[in-house]
Design a protein around this ligand. Structure first.
Ligand SMILES: [Fe+2]
Length: 323
């Protein structure tokens, strides 16, 4: 395989409120047929947003953009998404797609905001309609939440092919963490979000409504069946032992070093995953996030006083009090 020079982009975007920094340290390799991948770490929710671009055509896709939310004040902001826009403008890129890998449970998607700014189509996996139905019931939303996926420009079927510039891309259906999770494989890069994390951390949880540890194992195996040198980009990094955030690995590295896949069986994994998930509290923003993310990353419509509200259902999840 042709290997081109490697360089790193490092930028810092400091929010006007002074607190938060979003750092770009995406590894960029330019060579024929390989996308340039810029990762933007969002420290509040340990999320990585991506801009993946085709160097030949300067066309790109945004993956898993974050709409900032500060729950104490109920405040939303677009600092993280605006950092993507700064990068896109600086690099002279055209945005072809605004993609989400799944309806996130720990942060709001900025897909709706970016669609309004850029006009580019939004997309997510087609099984999102099942997630909408599940959460429509939990939130008692009735007709106020359409459950046909019409909030997105396009719903991807399992295995569907698409393009980013001249790069071939396709959708792997990757359920387990959620019913609707997909992996985007774009050139030699796969955006795996909440399946595999970095090899020194493990894998995503599978205990949200609609989650299943066995399905997650099967999805992970399908990702690990990609060529060994495939670059894997994860959706979160929790910085074990205080190390710097990282988000890139390869199929080969995951097979060799990830303790949740290396040398264990499906049964071992399901037992390990379920045991581990039983000790985890629900994500801080799960009840806030799902009512935004099942709307395609849009806040609920304003009420008659012009204000928007989130609804918090009580005692609806497997509410585990953990002392
Ligand atoms: Fe997630």
């Amino acid at each position: 395989m042709h290997t081109a020079p490697v360089f790193r982009a490092a930028r810092e975007h400091r929010s006007p409120t002074g607190g938060e920094a979003t750092t770009v340290t995406g590894t960029m390799r330019i060579s024929e047929g390989r996308p340039v991948v810029a990762g933007f770490f969002e420290p509040r929710t340990f999320s990585i947003q991506y801009v993946v671009s085709d160097p030949a055509t300067r066309r790109c896709a945004i993956i898993d953009p974050v709409l900032d939310f500060e729950e104490n004040a109920g405040a939303t902001a677009t600092h993280s998404a605006d950092a993507l826009l700064d990068y896109i403008r600086g690099e002279g890129l055209d945005v072809e797609w605004i993609l989400d890998t799944h309806p996130h449970a720990d942060h709001f998607s900025a897909a709706g905001y970016l669609h309004d700014v850029l006009g580019a189509p939004t997309a997510i996996g087609a099984e999102v309609t099942r997630v909408q139905t599940l959460w429509q019931e939990i939130y008692n939303l009735g007709d106020t939440l359409a459950t046909d996926g019409s909030q997105w420009s396009h719903l991807f079927a399992a295995g569907e092919a698409f393009r980013v510039g001249s790069l071939d891309a396709r959708v792997l259906y990757s359920p387990g963490h959620t019913l609707a999770s997909v992996t985007y494989v774009i050139g030699d890069a796969a955006f795996v979000h909440d399946t595999l994390f970095q090899p020194d951390f493990g894998t995503a949880r599978a205990d949200f409504p609609g989650g299943d540890a066995g399905q997650l194992w099967d999805s992970i195996q399908a990702i690990l069946a990609l060529p060994e040198e495939t670059r894997l980009f994860t959706g979160h990094d929790y910085m074990p032992d205080g190390r710097e955030p990282r988000w890139e690995s390869t199929v080969g590295e995951q097979k060799a070093h990830n303790p949740h896949v290396a040398g264990i069986t499906r049964d071992d994994y399901v037992a390990l995953r379920n045991r581990r998930d039983a000790g985890l509290p629900m994500p801080r923003l799960i009840l806030h996030s799902l009512q935004v993310n099942t709307r395609g990353g849009r806040l609920p419509e304003p009420e008659d006083n012009g204000r928007r509200y989130l609804k918090i259902p009580l005692d609806c999840l497997d509410a585990r009090w953990r002392g």
